[in-house]
Design a protein around this ligand. Structure first.
Ligand code: UDP
Ligand code: MG
Length: 150
């Protein structure tokens, strides 16, 4: 079953929106299989965001993501990568649709509350940066066949 990395970013932690983010993903039907608080250092932040190295927002992004502890999670489900990104909304909260996390709860592109992997391939790499295999649990949610089919 597909898995993806989600981060509740520093602004989500500071604003007390971690529970709201977790709640929306739970209600969507995705399954939480790993979770921990992490205070990323510069090196880890640069590795996580390496695809953006050289872009004008890169330095600010690294400063932001290392400014407070974040909450890192792995969520599992059918099409977990695209399902999470649909719940998150567009990168720029000003353009994100109402009903999405960013559309409902944020205004600024550099304070957009949440990270979600953008492909199965990057999800695998990102999950490995945050979690050891034994920190990710295989568990069955009672009644999950009603959520994700047989
Ligand atoms: N970002 C920013 N300014 C920009 C574009 C991106 O501050 O003009 C930040 C923002 O926090 C975003 C992150 O860089 O979430 C990674 O950008 P990406 O394009 O990968 O967006 P995402 O996958 O998070 O929607
Ligand atoms: Mg991205």
């Amino acid at each position: 079953m597909e898995r993806t990395l989600v981060l509740a970013k520093p602004d989500a932690v500071a604003r007390g929106l971690v529970g709201e983010i977790v709640s929306r993903l739970e209600r969507k039907g995705l399954k939480l299989v790993a979770m921990k608080m992490v205070w990323m250092d510069k090196e880890m932040a640069e590795r996580h965001y390496q695809v953006h190295k050289g872009k004008d927002f890169f330095e600010g992004l690294v400063e932001y993501i290392t400014s407070l502890p974040i909450v890192a999670m792995v969520w599992e489900g059918p099409s977990a990568v695209s399902s999470v990104r649909a719940v998150m909304g567009a990168t720029d909260p000003a353009k994100a649709s109402p009903g999405t996390i960013r559309g409902d709860l944020a205004l600024d592109i550099s304070n957009n509350l949440v990270h979600g992997s953008d492909s199965v391939d990057s999800a695998e790499k990102e999950i490995a940066l945050f979690f050891k295999p034994f920190e990710i649990y295989d568990w069955k949610r009672p009644g999950e066949e009603f959520i994700r089919g047989k």
